[in-house]
Design a protein around this ligand. Structure first.
Ligand code: ADP
Length: 631
């Protein structure tokens, strides 16, 4: 691991040679997925513009409220122009004439305008907040719905952190874009134009002098954007990396403790943070520099006006009121100019988020139904693999010419060494993936011709690593059938041998499990997940048998509940226990993605092949994996 100093020096080199921005963009692109990384410069820029258009098109339903906000802002902007001009009039005309009455009329008039202006501003801010909230909600909702339906391999490539950061930070960043990309430019643009017109009307020579200072202000802002923002961006990268490592470290804290790595993890954390702190200081330094630039430029503009305007006044080419009004307008001009430049910079950042989110929204969801897709059958009469070959996206071939015919209601035990492709077969049964070649059929119908949502309703899965949601036991049992009433839940629980232990809890089925509730033992959790499957009453069941050695009592209870579950269902078991295997209707011995042997226990024993050898070894007391290895 590089030390903090060398990491920082490396960063400084990139920063000084102005490579930092490019490097960060490359890293961002890479993190979005290797497929898109090598994209040429102009093509990328093209892509960016499209994203912005996508977004603006997406905003269409919000055009009316956006227009409303812009119009309100224009009205306040126009009103704010009155004050300086009125001041000028009072100083140059009213006061020298000693006209008390006009002074009071103007005073009240201006007061009225101020009140209207502030009320309008209040209303506008409120409408903007509502607009933002609606956009935020809608985008988040869309994105979440989309994420839930993305193909599994996309999701696992993104990792949990990536998912949540897109849903939270990225969506927030994008919401600000309405302000940055539409409202700010529209409002600031009009303000600038109107103010410059007012300046020209008062005194065109002074106006030219003031406008000439404008590039200085824009330059200051641009320097900020180009030099300081990449530092912040790089810091965000570092922080994300540190956070990821923290999550990992605490996730694996037992490993850290067991190997006594606390010291080195501590050191790594400190080193990384140290680099970040150096970057913070560098960014601060630039900000102070620019801040003092601003501190110089703003009074400078005032000085130029009083100096140059003063000499004009001495020649009678300007009035005192004119100079004062000028100063006021100038202050009003500076703000929108810096607002535009600043929002341009913020756009750059939001763009990265926009790309990430719209990339996702455009990713095709998992297996959309074919036109005219069929409803799922009510009962399973047969389930066939017909010469199925399969590879995971970007993987090697995992199943090769795999054929299998399962009569409806049969129990199929998939056995074989680890990596043989058993889980893959069940992934295909669940239609988490489709075959690369060949066809899988239920009752003779290609699975791809059945509406996926309907097909999945036929399906139940009980996994080895039981997943229970934070919630009550009843909620967990009813996850697959939220409409089940309490007697149905209890019935399923009884059959899965859950009822007895649940009754020992004070709150019964309303007992919370998971982070905020009780911890169930491995065997209990298994049985809850079996109850869940019993209640859902699937026609096709996938069962990943637990390999962990439970005590014989739990083991017996689980076997009992499984028997209740398996009855009358077409079941695919990734089987590890000899007892399960022996009782199966069909045993498929798999190796390297092929079905090596296939038949009932008796048939396979007669054949005197791999299966028989494995059984013999397992009966001599060898563990399952050792038995496979030895055959
Ligand atoms: P088994 O369940 O028999 O242990 P699997 O079906 O899990 O075997 O795995 C079969 C092969 O497929 C293995 O070589 C494994 O590396 C590969 N594999 C499993 N899941 C994936 C995946 N999501 N992406 C790519 N390859 C995978």
């Amino acid at each position: 691991m590089p030390s903090s100093r060398s990491a920082y020096q490396e960063f400084l080199r990139a920063f000084r040679s102005r490579e930092l921005q490019k490097r960060l963009e490359r890293e961002d692109a890479a993190s979005r997925g290797a497929e898109e990384a090598p994209k040429a410069g102009p093509e990328r820029r093209q892509k960016r513009r499209n994203y912005l258009w996508d977004y603006i098109r997406w905003l269409k339903p919000f055009f009316v409220p956006i227009a409303l906000v812009v119009v309100m802002a224009w009205m306040t902007a126009a009103m704010s122009l009155v004050m300086p001009r009125a001041t000028m009039y009072i100083i140059d005309q009213v006061l020298p004439a000693g006209d008390r009455r006009t002074l009071h009329i103007l005073g009240f008039g201006l007061l009225g305008i101020l009140i209207v202006q502030q009320s309008l501003d209040l209303l506008r801010n409120w409408r903007t907040a509502i607009l933002n909230a609606r956009v935020l909600f809608r985008l988040r909702q869309r994105l979440y719905a989309h994420l839930l339906r993305l193909p599994l391999h996309k999701l696992s490539a993104m990792k949990t952190g990536g998912l949540t950061s897109r849903l939270s930070g990225d969506v927030d960043a994008i919401t600000g874009m309405i302000q940055m990309s539409l409202i700010t430019p529209a409002v600031a643009g009009l303000k600038i134009i109107l103010t410059i017109i007012m300046l020209l009307l008062i005194n065109w020579q002074m106006a030219l002098a003031a406008v000439m200072l404008m590039p200085l202000i824009i330059t200051l802002n641009l320097v900020y954007l180009r030099r300081v923002r990449p530092i912040y961006r790089s810091m965000r990268h570092d922080r994300a990396e540190i956070d990821g490592r923290v999550v990992e470290t605490f996730g694996g804290v037992r490993v850290v403790r067991a190997f006594g790595r606390e010291k080195s993890e501590e050191k790594r954390y400190a080193q990384r943070h140290h680099t970040v702190i150096r970057k913070v200081l560098l960014a601060n330094w630039y900000e102070y520099l620019i801040g003092s630039g601003w501190g110089f430029v703003i009074p400078l503009v005032g000085l130029v006006i009083i100096w140059f305007g003063g000499s004009l006044a001495l020649r009678g080419a300007a009035t005192v009121g004119g100079i004062i009004a000028f100063q006021m307008y100038l202050m009003m001009l500076l703000m929108p100019v810096s607002a535009i430049v600043r929002s341009y910079g913020e756009m750059q950042h939001a763009m990265a988020a926009l790309e990430r989110v719209f990339d996702l929204l455009e990713t095709r969801i998992d297996k959309p139904d074919r036109p005219g897709a069929l409803e799922a059958p009510d009962a399973v009469e047969s389930f066939d693999f017909d010469a199925v070959t399969f590879r995971y996206p970007q993987g090697e071939i995992v199943l090769q010419d795999f054929s299998l015919t399962v009569p409806g209601g049969a129990t199929v035990a998939l056995v074989g060494p680890s990596g043989a492709g058993k889980t893959t077969v069940t992934n295909l049964v669940a239609r988490f993936y489709d075959p690369t070649e060949g066809v899988i059929r239920v009752n003779g119908i290609d699975l791809r011709d059945i509406r996926l949502e309907r097909y999945r309703r036929l399906l139940g899965i009980v996994q080895q690593d039981v997943f229970l949601f934070d919630g009550t036991i009843a909620e967990n049992i009813a996850y697959g059938r939220p409409d089940a009433d309490s007697s149905e839940i209890e019935d399923a629980a009884r059959r899965a041998n859950v009822h007895e232990f649940v009754m020992k809890f004070e709150k019964g089925y309303d007992t919370l499990v998971g982070e905020r509730g009780v911890r169930l033992s491995g065997g209990q959790a298994q049985r809850v997940s079996i109850a869940r499957a019993i209640l859902a009453d699937p026609r096709i069941l996938i069962l990943d048998e637990a390999t962990s050695n439970l005590d014989s009592d739990s083991e017996r209870l689980i076997q009992e509940s499984l028997r209740a579950l398996l009855a009358d269902r077409t079941t695919f078991i990734i089987a590890h226990r000899l007892s399960t295997i022996v009782n199966a209707d069909l045993i498929v011995v798999m190796e390297q993605g092929r079905a090596l042997e296939c038949g009932t226990h008796d048939e396979l024993m007669e054949r005197n092949g791999r299966y028989r050898a494995m059984v013999a070894l397992q009966q001599r007391g060898l563990s399952e994996s050792a038995a496979w290895a030895a055959t």
